[in-house]
Ligand binder design. Structure first.
Ligand SMILES: [Zn+2]
Ligand SMILES: [Zn+2]
Length: 612
C-alpha cells in the first residue's frame, strides 16, 4: 500500500489522499493546506498532531475543501477573491441564474454544498509567520478565477502549494475548469483561461520554489521542466482545437494570430439554400409543394409570428411536422408556445427527447426550463416520408452529446440539418460542458463519418444563413485533427483517455434535481461513462445532510469498456426533516481505486406537504 504521507523537510509533510494536503507542523500544532477527505485524520494521529490551528485553502472546489471537520477554534483562510464562494454558497445554489440557461460557469459547479466559516482572506503578497516558517501568498488564477499559491519558506527551502494549476510535468488534472470567456461568454471560451494559467505558472516559476505541490497530482521537484512541458503541450493542444474550430466563423478576430497555421482547415464559402427553405432565428422551415411546412426548432416567439405571417401571405397552409435538433435554450425556449399555436407532430432523437421532456433532470450548458412534448422518438437511421421528401433521423453527437441530425432528400437535393454542429469553418466544440467526446464512433468522429457516407449536397446550421458542404479533403482534415487531438489531449491528463479530462459530465446524477416531500423515498441514479478501453469499477456514496441522520452505504458497479454504467440509490427522506428548500447532496466517488472526493452532486428540493 502507498504511504499516506511523505516528509518534504523537517517541518513540512504532505498527506497523499484523493488530494495532497500540506501539513506544516510545529510540535503537536499544525497549519494545513487544502485539508479534506475522510482519511486525513489518521495521518494527523500518526504524526502526533493534536492541535490544528489554521486551515488554508487554495481554491473553492468542493473536493479539496470538504470531508475533514473544521473545529470552532480553527482559523480558516481562503483567497479573498473567492471568499463568497466559500462563505455564501447558498446565494449561488438558490439563484435560478446558476441553474438555468448557463452561459457562464464561474463559480464552478464544484462549489461547496454548504458554506463554511471563513476567518481570513488573502490577496497578493500577504505574508504570515507560523512556527519557524514564513508563508507568502501569490494570486495565481487559471484553474479557478481566484486560485492562490502558498509559498512556504521553511527549513532553508521554499515550497509552492499551487492548487490545481499543474498536475505533474506537462499535465493538468482536468480541462473543463479552464472554460472561460474573455471577450465572449464562458460558453464560447474553450481553454479560455489558458493565458491566466500561463501567467500564473510564470509567476510561480519566478519565485524559484524547490518543489511544486499540487492539490491533485504529484510533487514536482523540477518546477522549470514541469512548467515548460505543460505550456508546450497546452499550446499544441490549443492549436489542434483552433485548426478546425467552427468558432472561427462566428468570432474571426479571436483567431487572427492563427491564420495560415499549417494543418488549419481553410474556411469554406457558403452557398445559397434551395428556394423552398426559410430561415428565422435558429429555425429552418421546409415548404412542401402542397404548402405544408416542416419546422425545425423554436427558440423565440418571433419565429411563431413569422410562420403566421407566411400563412397570412398564403405561402404556408399549415405546419404538419416539427423536429427538435438539440436541447439548447435558443432552440427550445418557445416550443411550448409553438406547440399550442401549431398542433402538429413533434419528433426528436431519443437522446434529445430525454433532455427536452425533463430538463429538471439535467444540468447542462444553455439548458432551458421549457418542457417540450415529444410525440415520436426516433432511433439512429429511422426514416419516414413527409410529402415529397424522405426524412432520415440520426444520433448526431456533434455540438452536444444530446443532439440529432436530419437528412432530407427530395426535389433533387440531399440536405443535412446538422443543428449547430458545423459551420463552414469546422466543428462546434467550444464548450467543454457539451460533452464532445473524442474517440472512434463517438462525438464528431461519428458525425463526420456519417457526413462522409451520406454526402449531402447542402449542410445547414441553425445560426448560419448560407448552406455549405465539405470536400472529402476537408472531412479527412477534420478526422485527422480529431485523431491528433485524442493523442495530445490524452497525454495532457493523468487518465488513460482524454475524455476524462474534457467531459465534465462523465459522472452525473440523474435526476440532477428532483422535488420530494419529507417522508418519501427519493430515487437517485449515479451515471458513469467509462471512457477507458478496459472495464472499470466505480463506487459512489451520496453524502446526506448530517441533520437528516440517514446514512447511505456506498455501492459499486463494474462498467464494461467505453459504455455507460450506473449505480442506483433509494434515499429515505426523514419525516422530521424541517429544512425545506434546495438541498445540495454531494456524491463521493471512487473510480478504478482512485478516490475522487465529493465529485458531483444532486439537488433535492424539499417541498411542504401535510406531513411537515
Ligand atoms: Zn480544483
Ligand atoms: Zn446549440
Amino acid at each position: 500500500m502507498d504511504p499516506h504521507f511523505s516528509q518534504l523537510s523537517e517541518h513540512l509533510y504532505v498527506h497523499h489522499g484523493h488530494v495532497n494536503i500540506g501539513i506544516l507542523r510545529d510540535g503537536d500544532r499544525a497549519l494545513l493546506i487544502d485539508p479534506s477527505g475522510t482519511t486525513f485524520s489518521t495521518t494527523l494521529a500518526e504524526l502526533g498532531i493534536t492541535n490544528v490551528e489554521r486551515m488554508l485553502f487554495t481554491h473553492h472546489h468542493r473536493d479539496n475543501v470538504l470531508g475533514f471537520p473544521i473545529a470552532d477554534n480553527v482559523r480558516v483562510g481562503v483567497p479573498a477573491k473567492e471568499a463568497p464562494w466559500f462563505a455564501e454558497v447558498e446565494t449561488f445554489w438558490n439563484d435560478p441564474q446558476y441553474r438555468w440557461h448557463l452561459y457562464n460557469y464561474h463559480p464552478h459547479n464544484l462549489l461547496l454544498a454548504d458554506a463554511i466559516r471563513v476567518t481570513d482572506t488573502y490577496t497578493e503578497g500577504a505574508q504570515m509567520a507560523w512556527g519557524s516558517a514564513l508563508l507568502t501568498v501569490l494570486e495565481t488564477p487559471g484553474h479557478t478565477d481566484g486560485s492562490i499559491t502558498y509559498l512556504i519558506d521553511v527549513d532553508g527551502k521554499r515550497f509552492a502549494f499551487t492548487g490545481d494549476l499543474i498536475y505533474d510535468e506537462g499535465q493538468l488534472w482536468e480541462l473543463y475548469s479552464l472554460q472561460k470567456g474573455q471577450q465572449t461568454s464562458d460558453y464560447h471560451g474553450f481553454l479560455g483561461a489558458r493565458e491566466e494559467l500561463k501567467e500564473s505558472l510564470e509567476k510561480v516559476r519566478q519565485a524559484l520554489p524547490t518543489a511544486l505541490i499540487p492539490t491533485h497530482g504529484v510533487v514536482m521537484d523540477t518546477p522549470d521542466r514541469a512548467i515548460d512541458a505543460l505550456l508546450e503541450r497546452l499550446a499544441y493542444c490549443y492549436d489542434k482545437y483552433v485548426a478546425i474550430s467552427a468558432l472561427r466563423h462566428y468570432f474571426p478576430k479571436l483567431f487572427t494570430e492563427f491564420e495560415g497555421h499549417p494543418g488549419h482547415m481553410p474556411i469554406r464559402e457558403g452557398k445559397p439554400p434551395p428556394e423552398f427553405l426559410r430561415h428565422f432565428g435558429t429555425t429552418w422551415l421546409i415548404i412542401s409543394e402542397n404548402g405544408e411546412a416542416f419546422v425545425m426548432d423554436c427558440g423565440s416567439p418571433n419565429v411563431i409570428k413569422q410562420i403566421q405571417q407566411l400563412q397570412a401571405d398564403s405561402e404556408v397552409s399549415e405546419v404538419t411536422q416539427f423536429w427538435v435538433t438539440h436541447y439548447h435554450d435558443d432552440h427550445v425556449n418557445a416550443i411550448p408556445e409553438f406547440q399550442e399555436t401549431f398542433p402538429c407532430e413533434t419528433i426528436a432523437d431519443s437522446v434529445v427527447d430525454a433532455v427536452i421532456t425533463n430538463p429538471i433532470g439535467f444540468r447542462l450548458p444553455c439548458i432551458s426550463p421549457a418542457v417540450t412534448r415529444v410525440d415520436r422518438i426516433t432511433r439512429d437511421g429511422d426514416s419516414w416520408q413527409w410529402n415529397e421528401f424522405t426524412m432520415t433521423a440520426y444520433h448526431f453527437p456533434g455540438q452536444t452529446y444530446y443532439h440529432g441530425g436530419l437528412l432530407v432528400e427530395g426535389r433533387g437535393v440531399r440536405m443535412f440539418f446538422a443543428g449547430d454542429s458545423f459551420t463552414m469553418a469546422g466543428i462546434d466544440d467550444y464548450c467543454s460542458g457539451n460533452r464532445n467526446l473524442l474517440g472512434t464512433d463517438v462525438g464528431y468522429e461519428k458525425c463526420l463519418r456519417l457526413i462522409q457516407a451520406l454526402k449531402p449536397t447542402h449542410i445547414f446550421n441553425c445560426h448560419v444563413d448560407p448552406a455549405f458542404d465539405f470536400t472529402d479533403a476537408e472531412i479527412a482534415c477534420m478526422l485527422d485533427t480529431l485523431a491528433d487531438r485524442e493523442k495530445c489531449y490524452t497525454a495532457l491528463f493523468p487518465w488513460d483517455h482524454a475524455n476524462y479530462g474534457m467531459d465534465e459530465h462523465w459522472v452525473r446524477c440523474y435526476p440532477y434535481e428532483q422535488e420530494i416531500t419529507p417522508g418519501e423515498t427519493a430515487q437517485l441514479r449515479v451515471e458513469i461513462t467509462n471512457h477507458s478501453p478496459e472495464p472499470r469499477t466505480a463506487t459512489a456514496q451520496p453524502m446526506l445532510p448530517p441533520a437528516w441522520d440517514v446514512e447511505i452505504d456506498p455501492a459499486h458497479t463494474t462498467i464494461p469498456p467505453k459504455v455507460d454504467g450506473h449505480i442506483d440509490f433509494s434515499i429515505p427522506i426523514p419525516q422530521h426533516c424541517k429544512a425545506l428548500g434546495r438541498i445540495v447532496v454531494p456524491v463521493d466517488l471512487t473510480y478504478n481505486a482512485r478516490p475522487l472526493g465529493q465529485f458531483r452532486e444532486a439537488i433535492f428540493v424539499l417541498t411542504c406537504s401535510t406531513n411537515c
